[in-house]
Design a protein around this ligand. Structure first.
Ligand code: ADP
Ligand code: ZN
Length: 296
């Protein structure tokens, strides 16, 4: 049985055809234009294959309350053409197969939990640091949705005194994580492409400080058994040892765990085991879950 997967992003829609176990067989990508243009392209590509279900990992915010009449719709995104767009209902109807949706980061968290850095554990936090910052959370083996869904990227942090841009770039909040530490924030603060900055640029120490504040806050709030940091900015692999060290310093030895020691933290704050495939794998797993739910 084949599964369709959609990674719905603000700049592109990546459609994949794969197996219920998360293996990818075919892939196509379309720019995210208006829904009237882009959705037919998605449907045309996926319809070429005999898929039994569809899994969607989407940008948000999304309505993920199964009891809501607008379940599976995008809600108040700054992308006005997609505001209130019924992504799940529309694709389910047009493709005529069972479908499931979650946030892009929850999909990636699910994949890392089942098949990557979280294998054998009961909880995992996945955070992507890219154009924006988002977090997906698994606790007790289940993705956390809660009131709406976690918006970890908008956690309010303590700005550093030495930060030349201590308010950040988020239009909603002063000094939230995304506003201070997303790729565009780094580039605005220093007037330089993040990809071109050398390892000794002061941008990286500041970046590690903010990501360590997030890790420490997450550890004392939800106590995940592993923290996975992915996304374009985390291509800077030298950030990992700095974030680990600063996280331990912020915790001050208070939380007792062999993971939270200078030796243990190397396998606690880690890059995605599935690399850049966490998102697509997660969408395929969501599709497989939709199929199972139908057959149950
Ligand atoms: P998106 O968040 O749009 O899905 P990415 O996760 O690739 O995509 O994030 C893009 C952001 O990551 C950009 O702001 C870019 O500056 C930054 N970025 C991408 N690659 C690198 C890199 N090698 N080093 C530092 N920053 C990077
Ligand atoms: Zn914010």
């Amino acid at each position: 049985m084949l599964i369709g997967a959609l990674e719905a992003g603000g700049t592109k829609m990546v459609c994949s055809i794969g197996t219920p176990q998360g293996g990818v067989l075919q892939r196509a990508s379309f720019p995210t234009l208006a829904p009237e243009v882009t959705v037919p392209q998605i449907v045309e590509f996926i319809s070429k294959f005999d898929v039994g279900a569809l899994g969607i990992g989407s940008f948000g915010p999304l309505d993920l309350n199964p009891a809501s009449p607008t379940y599976g719709c995008i809600t108040n995104t700054p992308k006005t053409e997609w505001q209130n767009y019924p992504l799940l209902p529309e694709l389910r109807e047009r493709l005529g197969v069972p479908a499931a949706i979650d946030t892009d980061v929850n999909a990636a968290a699910l994949a890392e939990f089942k098949m990557g850095a979280g294998a054998g554990l009961q909880s995992l936090l996945y955070v992507t640091v890219g154009t924006g910052i988002g977090g997906g959370l698994v606790i007790g083996g289940q993705l956390v949705h809660g009131l709406v869904h976690p918006e970890l990227g908008h956690m309010i942090l303590s700005p550093e005194e030495a930060d030349p841009m201590p308010d950040g770039v988020c239009p909603f909040h002063r000094h939230c994580l995304e506003g201070l530490a997303c790729g565009p924030a780094i580039e605005k603060r220093w007037g330089l492409s993040a990809k071109l900055m050398t390892e000794d640029h002061p941008a990286w120490d500041l970046e590690a400080t903010y990501l360590a504040q997030m890790c420490a806050n997450a550890i004392v709030t939800v106590s995940p058994e592993v923290i996975v940091l992915g996304g374009g900015v985390m291509q800077q692999a030298h950030l990992f040892p700095r974030i680990r060290e600063k996280t331990l310093a912020l915790l001050g030895g208070y939380v007792a765990s062999d993971r939270l020691t200078p030796e243990g933290i190397a396998s606690y704050i880690v890059p995605p085991a599935l690399g850049i495939n966490s998102g697509v794998t997660g969408a395929l797993l969501l599709g497989a879950q939709a199929l199972e739910a139908k057959e149950a």
